[in-house]
Design a protein around this ligand. Structure first.
Ligand SMILES: *Cc1c(COP(=O)(O)O)cnc(C)c1O
Length: 389
């Protein structure tokens, strides 16, 4: 199919394009330096060196030790390794059976907790307020003698809300309970470091920050006991068996470097563009409502409902005009159930089905927002006309 229409990509929370500098950093390890990083010959040493460099770069950003970083296949695996790994290790040591998480976690945490429940663990799901914020005192109130793990995300992928992780860490630390945070949306967007957050486990993924898909990391504080998800070689300190994916690890390191180098400038530009876009939506489109906290929020996130406009119909019309956006999260598109996050912040079923997410990225421009506003207004008017007819 021939198309001269330029794509306007507003779904960066789902994934991002690989930055060309990241691609360049990966290519040598696909082509020439293909050796196994455990080999003692030159080709292997090249790979080992690339892995060490990425590990050290990222450790510097997270302000942790390099050997506290475990490379995984992505955010989903990191969440599984953190939550399952900590739970099964605690059971092995007879430490307890109780896990606390929230109602708005990513499915990678929620469905892992559901699995653990089947395995005999007890799970408490904390509610959030209308902004999507977890109240730290709720964590404290739900702690029990047998609580082994608290898992609260740093930034929500649907509504962009930033959770008070450092405050929660103050509570879990006093009781000696492990704290995990899913930082997949936050890492590379806002300052994320262990000194500040004080968590024991933290998940991140490269493809949300212009890196390749299929590579992520788990920060695991030294002396934190987790069981591996599978068994094999001694890679990653015996915590993640399997031949290291050298090109993707090199790409992750470069992507992280690029993200952290320009973070302040990029995030304030992004926030400005986001605020302008959101203000235009709310003032120019009648019957539109924003969800989530306006200040404690990821810089590029907009989550907005349009009265009497079915989100799937709107997204289809936008996509025919080359505009990419999402309803709730990519993971729940096509699902029968409406977003668990929107229901947790008190949206009705109807409003949840009328909600779409725009997530902006570094390449978006003010001209693109102009085009999107015009198309959005037309589509919404037409959909409301059809509905009224
Ligand atoms: C994208 C995402 C994940 C999953 O990461 P993958 O690398 O795609 O497996 C987990 N948590 C959050 C908050 C995400 O946005």
């Amino acid at each position: 199919m021939e198309s001269e229409k330029k794509t306007i990509y507003l779904d960066h929370a789902a994934t991002t394009a690989v930055d060309l500098k990241v691609l360049d950093a990966m290519l040598p390890y696909f082509r020439d330096s293909y050796g196994n990083a455990s080999g003692i010959y030159g080709l292997g040493v090249d790979g080992k060196r690339a892995i060490n460099k990425s590990r050290e770069t990222i450790a510097g950003m997270l302000q942790c030790e390099p050997d506290e970083i475990i490379f995984t296949s992505g955010g989903t695996e990191s969440d599984n390794l953190a939550v399952q790994g900590a739970a099964f290790a605690a059971r092995l040591h007879g430490a307890g059976n109780h896990i606390i998480t929230t109602a708005i976690e990513h499915p990678a945490v929620l469905n892992t907790c559901a699995y653990l429940k089947e395995q005999g663990f007890d799970v408490t799901y904390l509610p959030v307020d209308e902004q999507g914020l977890v109240e730290p005192s709720q964590v404290e109130a739900n702690l029990r003698k047998d609580t082994i793990l608290v898992s609260v995300m740093l930034a929500n992928n649907e509504i962009g809300t930033l959770e008070p992780i450092n405050e929660i860490a103050g509570i879990t630390k006093k009781q000696g309970i492990l704290l995990h945070t899913d930082a997949v949306q936050a890492f590379g967007q806002i300052p994320v470091n262990i000194k500040e957050l004080q968590v024991d486990l933290l998940s991140a993924s490269a493809h949300k920050l212009y890196g390749p898909k299929g590579i992520g990391l788990l920060y695991c504080r030294n002396k934190t006991s987790i069981l591996p998800l599978h068994y094999g070689g001694r890679q990653e300190g015996g915590r993640r068996a399997g031949t290291e994916n050298v090109p993707l690890i090199a790409g992750f390191g470069t992507a992280a470097e690029l993200a952290f180098d320009s973070m302040e400038v990029r995030s304030s530009a992004l926030m400005q563009l986001r605020n302008l876009f959101l203000q235009r939506i709310l003032s120019e489109i009648p019957g539109s409502h924003s969800h989530g906290d306006l200040l404690k929020r990821l810089p590029g996130n907009i989550n907005v409902a349009f009265d009497d406009v079915e989100s799937t119909a709107l997204l289809l019309m936008l996509s025919m005009k080359g505009i990419c956006a999402a309803s709730g999260s990519a993971c729940s598109t096509g699902a029968k159930e409406s977003s668990h996050v929107l229901r947790a912040i008190g949206c009705t079923e109807k409003e949840a089905r009328e909600t779409i997410r725009f997530s902006l990225g570094k390449e978006n421009t003010i001209e693109e927002i102009d085009i999107v506003m015009q198309v959005l207004k037309e589509c919404i008017e037409n959909l409301r006309l059809i509905r009224g007819a």
